[in-house]
Each structure stands twice: as C-alpha cells, then as structure tokens.
Write a new protein. Structure first.
Length: 405
C-alpha cells in the first residue's frame, strides 16, 4: 500500500517502512499470547517436527512451576528434553559456551529460552554458536553471525526486557567484563510464548525493576529522533498499560492476572518500539551506575530517567505533553513546557510508589564517581547519544548526573 507519506513493503522478518525518506525495521516474531498459552508449546513444536529441546533457564526458575509446566507441555506431545539451568545475570560468554556444548552433547534440535532477559539472551546466542563455526567473540557487533541457529522458542518469566521480541542479544565479554551487543537477525526468536501466569509470582522488587525498564524502553523510543509511526503506536499504548497496571502488579500481582497481562504486553511493546526506533541516553547513562553500585538495571534507570527527560523536553515538548496525558496528569491551564514537565513528575511519582531509590547518593554513587562514569560512558556506551532527541555535550552529562545525586 502506498500513501503520500508511507511506503510499506513486507519483508521476511518484519515490515520495511520508508517514512519521510527514512527507513525503519519493525520486527515481531511469531508469537502466542494469553493466559495458559504455555500449554500449547508441545503441540506447536510437534507440528514443526522437532524432537528434543534444551530448556535454557536459571537455577531459580528451574525449581518453579513454570519449569514444570513447560516440561509437561512438551511431554504431552512426546517431545524429549534436556535442561541447562546454569544461566547467569548478563549472559557471560563462558555460560553461553557451556550451554551450547550441552545442547550438542544431548543432541537437541531446538532450544527453549525460559526466564528473564539473561536466560533468553543465553538461549539466543547458544543457538547460533551451535550451528556456526565461529568463536563467540566474532559475533559481537552487527551482522557478524553467518547463518541461522537452532530453532528457538523464547518464553519470558518477567515483564521488562522484551527480549522475546528483539533480535539483538547482550552478552558479557569475558575478556574485559563489559556488556556487549550482538545484532543479528539469526538471534531472533522463531517462536515466542507470552503467558502472563508466568509472572504472577514475581516479587514486588523485581516487578518494579522490570516495569521501569519497560517504561524506559517505551519513553526513549517515543521521543527518539528516529521515532516513527510504528514506534509511536507501540509506545503510546505501552505507556498507557504501564501507567494503568504497574502499581497494581507491584502491590499484589499474584492476585491480578489482568495487571500482569498488561505488563507482559507493555514489555513486548517496549521492545517493538525500541527496535523500530532506538534507545536514548538514559540507557547509556545507567551502565556506569550499575557498574559502580551493583544496583539493578531498573533501579539505575529510575534514578536517571527523570533527569534525562527534563534535559530532553525542549527538543520535543509535544511528545512529553502526550506522555503526561497518557500517565494521567492534569495539564489544564499549563503552558506547553509546564505540561511537558508533568511527564517528569508522573515518572517520579510512579518510582516513589514503587519504593525505588530516589537519589544516586542513596545507592553509593557520589560526586567523585562522575569523572569515571564519563570515561566509561564515552569509551563504551555512546550508542544512545546519536538517537537522543537532544544532542548532549560532556557538560550536560555532568549536569544530569549531579541533578540525580
């Protein structure tokens, strides 16, 4: 379909869209969504002809009903399985290599990634490590993986990373301890299953952390200079779902399947928006915080996101006004800039209600840590600068960190 402004062409793996002479990928894998959708896993695999799974997960999830239900679904369709429960946070290279070795030794012909972002990223990279005659470090960067991996199913048990709907994977390089991306269409899920019952028992803190990660994906994709009709659609609806349901999921999530469902969808939408658009400097600036203080990714984002939003407002005030409205702020009688700043207040109030830390000093990040943070930022994490709606200078990063202290 061709209109005055949009040229839509269906491509394998997504929609390729030219909008005002700019091009974007909109990637969504084949996905089954809904309560108890895990029960269909075995039948979905059986109809595709695969025989033995390696279930890739962490030690905690391996002891839960989620793991048991996954196994039972496979068994009902007479699908054999082996388990790798050694996933670690941020997908270390050595863990991925061990996972791939297990899949080979067990003669598995497909992989099930069950867990949060680290487990799913481990499954993604292990799948291509098995089929490619390459060193895992050679995958780092863009389009370095030469051929497809094993068929892989990704099943999230949290509602934050959206890794089930993304093709990149983030791994921890054993050579320097830094997190690094692998961008390849071959690391994308072949099938995703989003079952909100799998997030019912998430502890409040994990619910808060993953929820703020989701919100940051949504907001940064929405205001990015690369934002487009696809990313805006997903971001606006995702922000609405977070505003409506994150507090409820945090307060008593095990009794509110509707809130858990909303957050699962918001997480997927956040990654869809992020993939079609981009992240901004909040995601870049959080890494020095987590490296110094070892707080969670979500906690670091809660500390830095409001201040990044304040910095960005003048670049796209209309977008921030819309965020304020979606999050329920009353902008009656406000100027455009005043209304835009209501979005910052909305995010701060949400983080307060979730008992997130409010100041960097609370988690041990002090004024003296800013120079090292800047060095780390400029050496390793500048991908957010290009896509941020406002171009930051070095002194702007300093001001943002200081404002968050």
């Amino acid at each position: 379909m061709v209109t005055k402004y949009h040229d839509w062409r269906i491509k394998k793996g997504g929609i390729f869209m030219a909008e005002f002479d700019r091009k974007y990928w909109a990637f969504i894998p084949e996905t089954l969504i809904g309560k108890d959708s895990i029960d269909d896993l075995g039948a979905l695999i059986d109809e595709r002809g695969y025989k033995k799974a390696l279930i890739v997960t962490g030690n905690t999830v391996a002891k839960t009903k989620m793991f048991g239900r996954t196994v039972e679904s496979l068994k009902r369709s007479r699908i054999d399985y082996a388990a790798f429960s050694g996933c670690k946070q941020n997908a270390p290279v050595k863990v991925i290599e061990k996972c791939a070795h297990n899949a080979k030794s067990e003669n598995c012909d497909f992989i099930v990634g069950l867990g949060g972002g680290s487990a799913m990223d481990t499954a993604k990279v292990a799948s291509v490590l098995i089929t490619n005659q390459q060193d895992i470090h050679d995958f780092i960067g863009k389009d370095k993986v030469r051929k497809p991996g094993l068929f892989k199913v990704l099943i999230p048990t949290t509602a934050g990373t959206g890794s089930e709907w993304s093709h990149p994977a983030i791994i921890t390089d054993d050579r320097d301890g830094l997190k690094k991306p692998i961008f390849s269409k071959f690391t994308a899920a072949d099938l995703a299953i989003i079952d909100p019952t799998f997030s019912l028992e998430l502890p409040p803190k994990v619910t808060a952390d993953t929820g703020i990660d989701t919100l940051t994906h949504l907001i940064e994709a929405y205001v990015s200079w690369k934002s487009n009709i696809i990313s805006e659609m997903y971001a606006e609806k995702g922000i609405e779902l977070v505003a409506r349901s994150l507090r409820i999921a945090y307060a008593k999530g095990r009794k509110h399947i509707e809130a858990r469902y909303d957050m699962c969808i918001a997480a997927a939408f956040g990654m869809a928006a992020h993939t079609s658009s981009s992240a901004g400097i909040a995601h870049s600036m959080n890494y020095p915080i987590t490296a110094k203080t070892h707080v969670s990714h979500g906690s670091a984002l809660a500390l830095i996101l409001p201040h990044v939003m304040e910095f960005n407002i003048i670049a796209c005030p209309d977008k921030y006004v819309k965020i304020a409205q979606i999050m329920g702020e009353d902008i009656t009688g406000c100027s455009k800039i005043e209304a835009a700043r209501k979005s910052v207040q909305a995010v701060k109030k949400l983080c307060q209600d979730l008992c997130m830390p409010q100041h960097l000093s609370e988690v041990g990040f002090l004024e003296d840590d800013i120079p090292n943070a800047l060095d780390f930022l400029f050496e390793n994490q500048l991908y957010g600068m290009e896509n941020n709606p406002r171009d930051p200078k070095k002194e702007d990063f300093i001001k943002i960190y200081r404002a968050a202290l």
